[in-house]
Structures are given as structure tokens and as C-alpha cells.
Write a protein that binds this ligand. Structure first.
Ligand SMILES: *Cc1c(COP(=O)(O)O)cnc(C)c1O
Length: 395
């Protein structure tokens, strides 16, 4: 990104891109009236760094942060976040007292879980109903019992039921019948909850794709993960919103050299040079989360061209085709980035290996260093070089 010669393999995260994306999403969902925005920063901020992603999201206008585990929520508090914060994946025996002490809202999927939360006293708890994903949340047959138990605990002053929510199965396919079915099931849950005497502050159903593609599913709040990082939740379907990918992954070239026609490359010789060419060695591999399936499938960016990965991706390194060129050691290799210069994107990698961009960015890590930059920082608030290097290595 900034330095011409990377000294190490690094993940560069532009916090300005996260701020920008969060602002865009907030504006988008607020067009027809106020809708709160939750930025989902689970899984280490989808691989971008949870605390830094969270801070950027708050700066961009996120009303809420969302995480899966209570440990993630407590880590955000330890990092200094004090705003509305929800977690939704607690196992029996979780430290709900710590959640209450830290002002973290928790989610109950069942009466048993709700009873556990209520036993602590003083919790702010949201209820999750399964409207058709058949994953977490109360099954349809258990809704009335969950709502009745919640209302009883609330009446006794043991909990405050702050939210009621669900999660979509196919929001990236707007025409999928599950969307209508789940939305109407959710509306039924809202009716039943009201009948039971519950009056939650927020009701929510939409993830990124539904936030972008399905205004009828916005309710009081949307939970945006992937789009906050500038990646498209529904490739080929979403309108252009001007989201900016925040992550660039790059490494220094270790060496380049000639190979002859017929030479096999990397383990198992799954690729042979058809003609004389040159190859380069890049010191990152599947231990860094580079998919092994990227061998003979994905490309990287070297000296203003896309260069295909040849042969198998190894644990610590991979080999790329340099098409006759012999760039010096230390030449920048970009695995993926925002795509502005023509470099591959996380979406390109996902397409190449048959997965989704979510998996590409969350799995990348290993021995990569992570560095944060702020491409919007001005000389005034950041004396020194631009883009501002915020943290240096944090992992
Ligand atoms: C991860 C997650 C989200 C965010 O989904 P995106 O598709 O990344 O926007 C929203 N809600 C729940 C319950 C999640 O687990």
C-alpha cells in the first residue's frame, strides 16, 4: 500500500475505509426514517482487528456493536468501548454476572438460558427466535413459553427484555422464498411477544445483505458485518454503494528465478512450465490462512500485473509465475486489496477457491503482522507521514 518495499508479510487495515463504509450503511438504512446500525465485529473484526474495527465503526456512527461470544464482548470493554453492545452465542454456565457488570447485553435462545441469565439479576437480555434458519434461537413451538417466561422474569424485576431478533438464511438471494417466510414469521413473533406483555426497545432481523437489499426487514436496527469491511454480501446482486475494502494483504518477494519448459513447480509438481519462464517465491502459506486451494487457482499482484499462483500452496510459502521477469527480492507482492490498482480482491480469491469473501478475510492471519493505517488522517491530527501508521505491529 504505502511503503514500496514491505519488510515483512503484513495485513494492512485502513480504518478510514471502515469508518466510510459504516457511514454509508448508516445513511442507506436511515433513508426512510431512523434505523439503528450495529456493526458486527466478531471473529476479530472479520480478521481486521476487533478493537480497531470497533473504534472505527463507532467513529463512523455505529449505534451498536455486535459479537458472537461473551469473551469478545468483554474484550471490547477491556479495550475501552462503552457503547451498546450485544453478544449472542453463550454456552450454559457462561459468566452472565460479568456481562451484567460490563453492561453487555446477552441473548437468550431458550427458557433454560433465560433462567440462567435471570438468576444473576439485572441483566439486559434480548430474545432470539428461529424464523427458519434452523440454527440458534427458539423454535416456533417454544416461542410462547419463552415469551411468557421472559415477561414473568421482567415483571419480577430480574431482567429487562431489551430486544427481540432473528437471523435470515438467504438474504444474499433476494428472490429466495425463505426471505418472505422468515420476515412474516418474525412479524408473528413480534405480535406474540407483545401479547405476552413484552415491549423490547429494539427488534432486528437484517444482516448486511438484507440491510442493503431488503428495506422491509430493517425494523429498528440492522446488524452489518461484512459490508462494514467493504466487501459485498451478495456479489452480483448488490447495487454499487461505494464501499471500500479495508484490508490489503501483502508480502515481500523472497526471490525470483528462471524455470525451464517442463519443470515442475512446488509439491507434487501439480504444475509444469509449458515454456521457459520465471517464478517468484512468496513467504506466506496455508499457516497464514492462505487457502491451499488457491494453488493453480488464485493470482497475486506483482509489478502492476496479476501473477498466477503455480503449483501447491505450501505451509509457509507459495510460488507465482512472473512470466519472464526477474523482480528483485523485496518487491511488493499484494495477495489481495481494495482492487483500485487492478490487484485481486478478497472476492476474487473467494471466487478462485470456491468460497465467500467472509472466509478469505477471517482466516487470513498466522504469522502475518497487522498494521493499521488511516488514509483520511490529516497533517493536523496526525503529524508525520500519511497515511498515518496508527499502531505498528499489534500481533
Ligand atoms: C455474523 C452475523 C451478522 C453479520 O452478518 P453479515 O452478513 O456479515 O452482515 C449478523 N447477525 C448475526 C446473528 C451474525 O451471526
Amino acid at each position: 500500500m504505502s511503503d514500496p518495499v514491505p519488510q515483512r508479510a503484513e495485513i494492512v487495515v485502513d480504518v478510514a475505509a471502515i469508518r466510510h463504509n459504516v457511514r454509508i450503511l448508516k445513511d442507506l438504512v436511515s433513508v426512510d426514517g431512523p434505523v439503528q446500525l450495529m456493526t458486527v465485529v466478531k471473529a476479530d473484526g472479520y480478521g481486521h482487528g476487533m478493537a480497531e474495527a470497533a473504534a472505527a465503526a463507532r467513529d463512523g456512527g455505529a449505534d451498536w456493536l455486535g459479537v458472537a461470544t461473551l469473551d469478545e464482548a468483554l474484550a471490547l470493554r477491556a479495550a475501552g468501548d462503552r457503547g451498546p453492545l450485544l453478544c449472542w452465542l453463550t454456552a450454559p454456565g457462561a459468566d452472565f454476572a460479568a456481562a451484567v457488570a460490563a453492561g453487555v447485553e446477552v441473548t437468550a435462545y431458550s427458557v433454560a438460558e433465560l433462567d440462567e441469565v435471570a438468576a444473576v439479576g439485572g441483566a439486559r437480555v434480548q430474545l432470539k427466535v428461529d424464523t427458519g434458519l434452523s440454527r440458534g434461537g427458539a423454535a416456533r413451538a417454544d416461542w410462547e413459553a419463552l415469551f411468557a417466561a421472559a415477561a414473568a422474569h421482567e415483571a419480577a424485576g430480574r431482567v429487562r427484555v431489551t430486544g427481540l431478533w432473528s437471523h435470515l438464511a438467504a438474504s444474499d438471494e433476494p428472490g429466495h422464498p425463505a426471505n418472505d417466510a422468515q420476515e412474516s414469521a418474525f412479524r408473528e413473533a413480534l405480535r406474540l411477544a407483545a401479547e405476552a406483555g413484552l415491549d423490547p426497545e429494539v427488534t432486528h432481523l437484517a444482516n448486511s445483505a438484507a440491510a442493503i437489499l431488503r428495506p422491509s426487514a430493517h425494523f429498528d436496527l440492522v446488524r452489518c458485518g461484512i459490508a462494514s469491511y467493504g466487501l459485498d454480501p451478495a456479489p452480483g446482486v448488490s447495487p454499487r454503494l461505494g464501499l471500500r475494502p479495508a484490508m490489503t494483504v501483502r508480502a515481500p518477494l523472497l526471490m525470483s528465478k528462471a524455470v525451464r519448459a517442463g519443470d515442475g513447480v512446488s509439491y507434487g509438481h501439480t504444475w509444469h512450465a509449458e515454456e521457459d519462464t520465471t517464478v517468484g517465491v512468496v513467504p506466506v502459506g496455508y499457516a497464514e490462512g492462505v487457502p491451499r486451494a488457491a494453488g493453480n487457482a488464485a493470482s497475486v499482484w506483482v509489478q502492476d500485473d496479476r501473477r498466477p499462483i503455480r503449483g501447491r500452496v505450501c505451509m509457509d510459502q507459495l510460488v507465482v509465475d512472473l512470466d519472464g521477469e526477474l523482480p528483485p527480492p523485496g518487491t511488493e507482492v499484494v495477495l489481495f486489496g481494495p482492487g483500485d490498482l487492478g490487484e485481486p480482491t478478497a472476492q476474487d480469491w473467494a471466487d478462485a477457491v470456491g468460497t465467500i469473501s467472509y472466509e478469505i478475510v477471517t482466516r487470513i492471519g498466522g504469522r502475518f503482522a497487522r498494521r493499521f493505517v488511516d488514509t483520511e488522517a490529516t497533517e493536523d491530527d496526525a503529524p508525520g507521514d500519511a497515511p498515518e501508521d496508527l499502531e505498528g505491529t499489534t500481533r
